[in-house]
Ligand binder design. Structure first.
Ligand SMILES: [Zn+2]
Length: 110
């Protein structure tokens, strides 16, 4: 991969990273602990707990994404970005466009 291309990917991943990070920082409302002795009815309490679990799951996924982008940025620094972690062949550009944090090429991931 050329340094220019690498810089483009870096820029893109950095943007995505910051986006998710900002999102994680502002979006805490759904995760507040559901008060067990609150005056809301049982059904709405179950609703609230379900919503809370979904929010937590969403947050978990976003955090995983952050870690993946983080390691992609580390690979860019090392110069191994865009190279398959298993067969060491270059990862298809189309694949990197869709999934910039891809570690394996299509063949190895498939
Ligand atoms: Zn591979």
């Amino acid at each position: 991969m050329t340094p220019a291309k690498m810089a483009l990917y870096k820029e893109r991943i950095h943007c995505l990273y910051e986006e998710i990070k900002a999102d994680l920082n502002k979006n805490n409302d759904g995760e507040k602990v559901v008060e067990l002795d609150s005056s809301i009815g049982r059904l709405s309490r179950m609703d609230a707990m379900q919503g809370q679990q979904m929010a937590l799951e969403l947050r978990r996924r976003k955090e995983q994404h952050l870690m993946r982008f983080d390691s992609a940025l580390a690979r860019i620094k090392k110069g191994t970005y865009g190279t398959c972690g298993r067969c060491k062949k270059p990862i298809n550009a189309e694949r990197l466009k869709i999934q910039p944090d891809a570690v394996l090429c299509v063949q190895c991931a498939g």
